[in-house]
Structure formats: structure tokens, C-alpha cells
Design a binder for this molecule. Structure first.
Ligand SMILES: NC(=O)c1ccc[n+]([C@@H]2O[C@H](COP(=O)([O-])OP(=O)(O)OC[C@H]3O[C@@H](n4cnc5c(N)ncnc54)[C@H](OP(=O)(O)O)[C@@H]3O)[C@@H](O)[C@H]2O)c1
Length: 293
């Protein structure tokens, strides 16, 4: 697998934009380096405040073989994504929820943990004016607990992926396949992102929007695989330490070990606020990759 070595230079000419990456790869002979040209494309949706910089995603793919991972959550001011009783609809207002749909439209797939499906039975589709296609759906579900009548498995033309662990019962896998899902069995008890993300990339899914819950977000941040963050913050406080937060346990004691996220200026969305940031994972560009000539 190629390792991102150095950003060379952005191309500043007319569209299509792009930049070169110098990569190291064990399979390369002389000098063990090669240049990869990455196309730089900014995807936009009409009327949206969002734009998706596919150049960054392509750079990550070329460097590590992993898809671009965007985390998204609707949270209260105290960082909670649901009450202790499990109520999460709706923490934010309509304007924030619209941008959430736009985020889905800009990604190849939406990924959630099984607890989110069991708690909320989300559709995970794009519901915007016009015929905007919905992304593929992915659930992390070690034991194959996904109910066959869940909206996740709706026959709506979207591809559906269930990532299970090695102990998932074979009859459950069979049932999920019969219900229209593609099942990927990992060889660990808990599906490991380092294993299933490259496989998902091979299925053509290069950008993945992770919509929680906190356990899945936390696992991806701890693994250094989260790239981008969208937090929709409402002016509410749940104030219950047992209510779930947007980021599960990272197991860190020192502030100096905590992941850094470079934040953009916050934006207002109706009564809510949108916080956007890029994770500063080692070896990858966390800001616009402009390199001096
Ligand atoms: N406000 C929001 O934006 C929002 C969004 C989403 C969810 N929520 C709320 O969040 C709550 C659920 O969050 P949660 O943290 O309990 O659960 P979750 O993140 O939805 O799911 C966690 C479960 O996923 C499975 N899993 C499989 N592989 C995993 C991996 N590599 N990393 C992490 N999990 C993996 C595990 O169950 P198995 O061992 O059974 O596989 C794990 O317990 C619900 O109350 C829901 O309403 C809110």
C-alpha cells in the first residue's frame, strides 16, 4: 500500500484543478517513489452552504487506501446526542436537518452503529427537493442483530452493507443477505475499521459520512481514521451524565494526547450553530494543501 510522503504542489490553473503527491510504495522498484496526480474537484449542491473538496479525499485514498471519513452529529450544548431514555428526535431544527441531508448527498455512503439503528430505525436517505440520489448505507453490527424489517433494509435501490464480526451466526448472515444486504464478515469479534474500510473502498465507496452514535465516532477518532467533523449544536442542555455524548470513550488522560481538530468559523443555521473542523491526523494535510512554489 502506498504511503503518503510529501505534498508536492497544487495546480493553480483553470479547471480541472489538481495536485501531485509523491508516494512511497513497497512494490515500487528504483527509488521506491512515484508521483500520483490527484484531481481536485469541489462538489457543490445548488443553494447549499456546503462544498465537498474531493481533492482531500483523493489524497487520503492515494496515500493510505482508506476512504475519507466525515463524522456528523446533532448535539446539545453539553455534547449529548440523546436523552438517557434514548430520545434524539429532534435535537436541532429544520435548517440544520436540511444541511444534514445535503451532507448525505455529498457522500458515497452513510455509516451508523447498530445501536443507532435499534434505537431510531433511521432511513438514512436524502430528502431534499429534486431528484438527488441517496447514498449507500452501512451498519456496523458484530452479531448480525439488524432487524429484517428495519428501514435500513428498505428496497429503495440503495446499496446496503452490513459489517459483522467473526462470531455472527451464519443463519443471521444468510437472512440479511436474503433481505438484500451485502454482508462483510471481519475476522475479529468487533469489526475493525482498518479491515472493512479498504473493502468498502473496493466497493466504490470513497467518501463515508458517519452518523453516530458516539461509540462509532469514538472508535474512529481513537483509530486516527476520522478526517472531518460536522457538529450541529442546539441551544439545549440535557444535563445528565448518563445520556450518550457524540464521542465515546477515547481512553486518554493527558490533554497533550487529545486529537486536534482545526475549526472553521462557526455558522448559524436558524436557532442552531454548525461547527466544522478537519482532524489533524499525522501525515495527511488537514488544511487546504497549498505548498509554496
Ligand atoms: N443526535 C444524533 O445526531 C444521533 C445520531 C446517531 C445516534 N444517536 C443516538 O446515539 C445512541 C446510540 O449510540 P451508541 O454509542 O450507543 O451506539 P452506536 O455507536 O450507534 O453503535 C455502537 C455499536 O455498534 C457496534 N459496533 C460494531 N463495530 C463497531 C466498531 N468498530 N466501533 C464501534 N461500534 C461498533 C457495537 O455493537 P455490537 O457489538 O452489537 O456490534 C457497538 O456497541 C442512540 O440513543 C441514538 O439515538 C444520536
Amino acid at each position: 500500500m502506498a504511503t503518503l510522503f510529501q505534498f508536492i504542489k497544487p495546480w493553480r490553473g483553470p479547471i480541472p484543478l489538481g495536485f501531485a503527491l509523491r508516494v512511497r510504495d513497497a512494490s515500487l522498484s528504483a527509488g521506491r517513489e512515484a508521483f500520483v496526480w490527484v484531481r481536485w474537484e469541489v462538489k457543490e449542491l445548488e443553494g447549499s452552504i456546503l462544498e465537498f473538496d474531493s481533492g482531500r479525499a483523493q489524497a487520503k485514498l492515494a496515500g493510505s487506501g482508506q476512504p475519507w471519513i466525515t463524522l456528523k452529529a446533532a448535539v446539545t450544548l453539553d455534547g449529548k446526542i440523546a436523552t438517557a431514555a434514548g430520545e434524539s428526535k429532534w435535537i436541532t431544527g429544520e435548517a440544520a436537518r436540511r444541511v444534514g441531508h445535503e451532507l448525505r448527498a455529498l457522500h458515497d455512503a452513510v455509516l451508523v452503529g447498530i445501536n443507532t439503528v435499534l434505537a431510531d430505525d433511521p432511513r438514512l436517505t436524502v430528502r431534499l427537493a429534486g431528484k438527488i440520489p441517496s447514498p449507500a448505507r452501512i451498519v456496523l453490527d458484530s452479531r448480525g442483530r439488524l432487524p429484517e424489517d428495519s428501514k435500513f433494509l428498505a428496497h429503495d435501490g440503495c446499496r446496503k452493507f452490513v459489517i459483522v464480526g467473526r462470531r455472527a451466526p451464519l443463519d443471521r448472515i444468510e437472512r440479511l443477505r436474503n433481505a438484500g444486504a451485502t454482508v462483510f464478515p471481519c475476522d475479529t469479534d468487533l469489526p475493525m475499521p482498518e479491515q472493512f474500510f479498504p473493502w468498502l473502498k473496493d466497493q466504490g465507496l470513497e467518501t463515508i459520512l458517519v452518523e453516530g452514535g458516539g461509540s462509532v465516532h469514538g472508535g474512529l477518532i481513537a483509530a486516527g481514521l476520522a478526517d472531518e467533523l460536522f457538529l450541529f449544536i442546539s441551544g439545549r442542555v440535557i444535563g445528565d451524565p448518563t445520556a450518550p455524548g457524540w464521542c465515546g470513550e477515547l481512553g486518554l488522560n493527558r490533554l497533550s494526547d487529545t486529537p486536534r481538530i482545526s475549526l472553521s468559523p462557526p455558522r448559524s443555521l436558524g436557532q442552531d450553530i454548525l461547527i466544522h473542523g478537519l482532524f489533524q491526523n499525522d501525515g495527511l494535510p488537514s488544511t487546504d494543501p497549498v505548498v509554496e512554489d
